[in-house]
Design a protein around this ligand. Sequence first.
Ligand code: DGL
Ligand code: CA
Length: 277
Amino acid sequence: MKKNTKTIGMMDSGIGGLTVLKAAVHSLPAEAIAYVGDTARMPYGPRKPEEVADFTRQIADYLIESHDIKALVIACNTATACALPGLQEDLAIPVIGVIDSGVQSAVLASKTKKIGVIATEGTVDSGQYQAEIQAAAPGSQIFAQAEPDFVQFVEQNRYQDAEVAEIVKDHLQPLKEAGIDTLVLGCTHFPLLADVIQQALPEVTLVDPGVATAQKLATILKEQDLLADSDMEVHPENKQYQLYTTGPVSTFSTIAEQWLGSKHDWHFTHLNLPATD
Ligand code: DGL
Ligand code: CA
């Protein structure tokens, strides 16, 4: 099998997608990853779908032109909902989103078919989780709830504050009353709140689409003979993990290092993307 040392591209509106990156680093340790967090234009959730699609396409083009990526992961549920089909159509490389992984995992996990989904307004309004879960498990009762505040808790590095735990508990009360047995963390920011969410819903199975997405990425790379070998030479200037933010590097790197740990060298760089309008 030939060795493919090209880089995998990943993107999100900010910190969130690093939950997918973390899963990919674990399941594909030989692969190089270039990640763009579009913090300057976050949140994507309240934006018009065509605007999210424009931003996502711009980031995809940057990763292709500047990093010659061999595959792209849209590590953002909102961008997946708004842009995935178009990107899969137009790009020559494999493009993977996070929603169908979340759907498969939720349907596998749920016994009662009472499934909750928390996500951004954009993802909830797209109706994609609701439709795809219903298609995969007819008769499911789906309780979808937009939680934009949870995105800000993560981006402002407040996700470990005691008062946030209280707010999360209050917000999730309706889902507790609905009697769900499974909850999809349908925004890539939310796994950083997983402990607090689990405290609020102790009996509920939490689904992180990022984990199944990393597995799907590994399968696709293998199927298309795009995998790097395990004994791969060190990446150019040892930059296996290049993490870009369109916002301030300081805040981004602080939260990223908390979440990703210090086992690897994370290279943080500010990225300027010209306005798309
Ligand atoms: N992390 C993104 C998601 O998975 C969106 C957060 C936002 O920018 O609103 O939907
Ligand atoms: Ca800038």
